[in-house]
Design a protein around this ligand. Structure first.
Ligand code: ADP
Ligand code: MG
Length: 697
């Protein structure tokens, strides 16, 4: 239950006086939330400095200036035409005109009587070489200079909203700020020179200096830290809870178990990195506490084999294992590889996705429930309410970055003692790792299976498309297979980009209809599966696709990938896509077809051409795009921070991580006075679910 003291902050925006049902939705859209607190988190993006007094002669175009002007003469708008109402003014250095459209004369004459002196603040423009201000932001008597704020915050807006409206609403919200106890370490606050939480918000929304929107501003750093601490604390609580539940020791069997049989049937020797990861995972599994480990490995580094051996070990220990993929397509593909391998080791695997219905689904659910299924492969459908594992011991989550915290919590509800292995192919820079996972144990596959040929990556202008098509034709004639990736179908509506279907038709006219398959997100599941299967069976030679093939799809014979409008894709995404080839022993080629190249796009594409080290690429991506965008999509499951900027506040993230751990070591249920204050912090940042898992103090 949220503490009463926070109620006003979580009330709807309409609870602010002067904010009605018309404005509230606009504010909510701009602020990204419908509660008063959302508006408070909507910090200014800039700050207008009206503090300086400028002479007309020194007022530059485009600057916002406050001038002391003598009103010389009114020039009312002519009754016909569009000419505005003008008020001619001057100071000792020159003349300037104030311009008003649709003005009311009596009102302007009262505000700016001829012969008077007024403070006028607004944006300087130039019209026919003369300075002017149209619709000044402020006009004030000399003795009421205080009416003009020295520093005025600038907010991100949305259509229909003005700075004044949002500023007023924020003012009302600030009036509601409760006095909250300090939750931060007093030594840290002192060292950093941070204001109290409420004061920090007031300073940021009502700045008293021009640096109000600077990320280094102490008030902003404080709020950013609060946000990061709440996130790290939430992660640590979840983790501590998970750890505190006794796990099962999954020690495996020596010598003659399914794991040993699997090892013997693998068609390759494991790499050193795979062996190291397996040893780390096995050590965790053997402990009677829960495992929470991230297996990080670039595309093609062989994570599946590691997962499979871990699952076999779980089964050898008398437990079941689950393998969860982010999409139906991937679940099916994993089932197609894992199923037969498991079978040779004497293990029964079943498939369960959202698409499975009726008798088939019932059979899988029954096998999971009665324990006859050793391994269940599927999507999040595996963790629906009616699915009851008989003795789930290990859950593997593939391509973790597509799942959010919510799914992870759901999962820990399902198997109380389940060891958790999450795998990601996206090499996540350390900063983001911490933000997303907190202190998770990490195993890295930093070595590729032997015999892989580097992928020859080239940049090719789209104008050379005919040559590319011809090259594909020759390659196909020689028995090779190619992916041809187009930007999303959805995007084609805004921008005239080649859609998958059009490109498919064009290629079919050259290569023959039977040689070309098409696959995209709008196709129905079975249709997609069929297209994928045809490609895998070499019935088709070219698979024209959207980024649905981005993760995990594995067709070893495909050795060419063409990415059309490569400039439209993110770096990490391009790397993932490129990882679809180079999986067999044949030398592979990646052609990046580009339209017009901006500077960043060029930097992205050349980075990709010059390196295939996923970690280096991820770091470059962070530099080129900024943290928020790194994984590109909303589905990424990466935390999005409202205030903290990981590129700017990485040092704070590190402090928050250490702090969160120290806090929970000393006060695991957050019951001490500081713990109580931290509960308030968690509520403030909407971590209610986490607080609910704490014993009330
Ligand atoms: P990812 O880490 O991208 O999930 P996969 O597990 O799909 O990688 O493995 C990519 C390919 O490499 C698969 O075809 C797999 O059979 C093969 N592979 C995995 N480990 C090895 C190894 N040690 N030696 C040779 N090939 C391997
Ligand atoms: Mg994989």
């Amino acid at each position: 239950m949220r503490p009463k003291i926070l109620y006003p902050l979580f009330a709807p925006l309409t609870s602010l006086s002067g904010i009605g049902p018309r404005i509230a939705p606009l504010l909510a859209r701009a602020a990204g939330g419908e509660a008063v607190v959302d508006l408070l988190w909507h910090l200014p993006v800039g700050c207008i400095d009206r503090s300086a007094r400028v002479m007309v002669a020194n007022a530059l175009d485009g600057m916002i200036a406050t001038l002391t002007l003598q009103v010389l003469r009114h020039e009312p708008a002519p009754s016909r035409g569009r000419a505005p109402y003008r008020v001619h003014c001057a100071d000792d250095s020159g003349e300037i005109t104030l311009v008003f459209f649709h003005a009311r004369e009596d009102y302007l004459r009262a505000q700016l009587p001829e012969g008077s002196t007024r403070l006028v603040s607004g944006k300087i423009e130039r019209f026919r070489d003369l300075p002017q201000i149209s619709h000044p932001d402020y006009i004030a008597h000399l003795d009421k200079a205080g009416e003009i704020p020295a520093f005025e915050p600038v907010y991100g807006l949305t259509g229909g909203l003005t700075q004044k409206t949002i500023g007023k609403a924020v003012g009302k919200a600030l009036d509601l700020l409760p006095e909250l106890p300090e939750w931060n370490d007093p030594l840290l606050v002192k060292r950093e020179g941070w204001p109290l939480w409420g004061d920090a918000l007031r300073q940021l929304h009502q700045p008293s200096a021009a640096n109000g929107a600077d990320p280094k501003h102490p008030a902003r750093r404080r709020i950013a830290f609060d946000e990061l601490l709440a996130a790290q604390l939430a992660l640590s609580v979840v983790r501590a809870k998970a750890r505190a539940r006794p796990g099962i020791a999954l020690a495996g069997k020596d010598g003659d178990g399914a794991e040993a049989r699997l090892r013997n049937t693998l068609p390759f020797a494991l790499t050193g990195a795979q062996e190291r990861a397996i040893a780390e995972i096995h050590a965790d599994m053997a402990e009677p506490t829960r495992m929470l480990r991230l297996l990080q490995g670039d595309v093609g580094s062989g994570k599946t084999a590691v997962a499979l051996l871990a699952m076999a070990r779980a089964v050898d220990s008398g437990a079941q294992a689950a393998f969860m993929a982010p999409t139906d397509l991937l679940a099916r593909q994993h089932f197609a590889t894992i199923g037969p391998m498991a079978a040779t080791a004497g293990l029964k695997a079943v498939l369960l996705t959202g698409r499975d219905k009726g008798a088939e689904r019932a059979a899988a659910v029954a096998a999971i429930a009665d324990g006859s299924a050793d391994i269940a492969v599927g999507t999040h459908a595996l963790f629906q309410e009616d699915v009851d594992f008989s003795r789930l011991g290990l859950a593997v989550i593939d391509e973790q970055h597509r799942f959010g915290v919510r799914q992870r919590l759901m999962l820990s509800d399902k198997g109380h003692q389940t060891d958790l292995l999450v795998m990601t192919a996206t090499p996540i820079p350390r900063t983001l790792m911490l933000a997303a996972y907190g202190d998770m144990d990490v195993s890295k596959l930093d070595e590729r299976p032997p015999g892989r040929q580097p992928i020859d990556t080239r940049l090719v202008a789209l104008s050379r498309l005919p040559e590319v098509v011809e090259a594909v034709r020759r390659a196909v004639a020689a028995g090779r297979q190619a992916y041809w990736v187009c930007p999303l179908v959805e995007e084609a509506e805004e921008v005239p980009l080649t859609s998958v279907e059009e490109r498919g038709l064009a290629l079919a006219s050259v290569l023959g209809t039977d040689a070309v398959g098409v696959i995209h997100g709008r196709m129905k599941g079975p249709e997609r599966d069929a297209a994928m299967q045809d490609f895998l069976d070499r019935k088709t030679s070219v698979l024209v696709a959207t980024t649905v093939i981005e993760v995990g799809v594995d067709v070893p014979n495909a050795s060419i990938i063409i990415i059309e409008h490569a400039e439209r894709f993110g770096l990490a995404q391009l790397h993932q896509l490129r990882g679809r080839v180079g999986r067999g022993s044949e030398a592979s080629t990646c052609l990046l077809l580009y339209g017009t190249l901006g500077e960043t796009a060029q930097a992205r594409l050349t980075t990709l051409r010059d390196t295939d080290d996923g970690f280096a690429i991820a770091e470059a991506d962070l530099r080129l795009r900024g943290a928020g965008e790194l994984l590109g999509t909303r589905q990424s499951g990466m935390p999005e921070f409202r205030i903290a900027d990981l590129a700017q506040h990485a040092d704070l993230l590190e402090i928050a991580r250490v702090d969160a751990r120290r806090i929970l070591d000393a006060d695991p249920e957050l019951n001490a006075p500081r713990g109580q204050a931290l509960r308030t912090l968690l509520y403030l940042f909407a971590r209610d679910a986490v607080v609910a898992t704490l014993r009330s103090g």
